[in-house]
Design a protein around this ligand. Sequence first.
Ligand SMILES: NC(=O)C1=CN([C@@H]2O[C@H](COP(=O)(O)OP(=O)(O)OC[C@H]3O[C@@H](n4cnc5c(N)ncnc54)[C@H](O)[C@@H]3O)[C@@H](O)[C@H]2O)C=CC1
Length: 420
Amino acid sequence: MDDDIYDDIHVVRASLERVQRRAAHVVRYFYAHLFTHHPELRPLFPPAMDDQYDRLFTALVHVVEHLGHPGLPAHLELLGRDHRKFGILDEDYRAVGESLVAAIGHHSPGSWDRRTEASWQRVYDYAAGAMTGGARRSSVTGEPAWWEATVLSHRLHGDHTAVVHASVSEPYPWLPGQYATIEHPELPGVWRPYSLAGRPGDSHVLEFHVGRVPDGQLSNVLCDRTEPGQVLRLGAASGSALTPPPDTGTVTLVAAGTGWSPVKSVLDALLSRRPAPRIRIDVVARGEAHFYDGAALDDILRKHPCLSAYWWYQERGEGRMRAAERLHTHLRERRDWADETVYLCGPVMFVHETAELLHECGLPEGALIRDPLPASVRARGHVSHAEAFLDPPPVNWIDPDARTRPLDLPLPLPQSTIGH
Ligand SMILES: NC(=O)C1=CN([C@@H]2O[C@H](COP(=O)(O)OP(=O)(O)OC[C@H]3O[C@@H](n4cnc5c(N)ncnc54)[C@H](O)[C@@H]3O)[C@@H](O)[C@H]2O)C=CC1
């Protein structure tokens, strides 16, 4: 980062604070300005822009908050690499910068001056430069901007979860715990992240577990209108790898709902070790019928009799937290946490509460491997079941963009801004 930019940071932060109350207007103005001056960029964005408004401002706030943070350049480079899938050119970044500065200036009556405008421009140029640099580096290594993946099989379990296998045309590098963003031919421009399940490296076949989301767009198309032969597009694998440390002796894998998908790939990695560690699996679901991948797990258990697996679910008529409560009671009764490594994946609040419980039980901080919690959950701290019911957290994915950052970065970073 250029030294001069440090002088701009406080100017830009103060300016952003002033417009933050009018964020919705700023973002609408930004898109109107961009599409008026550059109508050729409209197809890069999804037809329905509802989600897009929040994403842009969240991204902007996070970049500004993290200016000067040592992890920011790497994050921006990854973001630029990922944005290649939208077909963005260097001049498009310039157009976005002009509209952004125009939108903030328009909403800062009385406080906008040449100094503020120049600071915004330098900060934007810095961020765009890091992103285009990341895109260029990825392109010169020959990495595709996106991968085509042909659906091989599609199974819908109950009416709620689909397991999709798709074959990629070119090698697709990924690690257990990472996710791929997917675009479906029926919803151009709508990209959503899904954890990769199965075994990385030794085949061209990828596996995804897709839970139906009320009012969801892509999840529901992947559940209901996806069949063998269709060609999906995938972005580069992103997110923190949950790869187990080499000397892991005893491991507990805890998965709730489709949190089972990354856990399945971690399990596969552990089973290929010689000697394999002692492994115990706890799977939590809404009901018996929601163990959508039970047949595959049975198969794994048959091949590896040393594994132990436990299923936790709520009975018909019981409250929706009952399965998690059963697991928690069981974990509390276990006494042997000293030499354990635990993997934890699932709904955000489930992960949050289970992590707290495990630490109370004596599991050391470094022995718990999970994705970072989104800022909204950290800010809320612990919430009771009743609070969660009355005021559910606004996220239903473990913050996908928190997962794109390097593991040592302690704070959340921005949402991908375009077409996601
Ligand atoms: N790396 C990760 O941690 C991954 C996380 N996920 C997330 O896992 C979730 C899976 O969704 P579904 O399959 O619909 O699961 P779900 O909503 O059916 O939940 C599964 C179980 O988790 C427990 N649970 C749910 N909400 C809870 C809460 N607020 N507090 C305590 N326990 C709770 C319940 O016992 C429930 O039976 C999604 O939000 C997805 O984004 C998915 C893949 C990877």
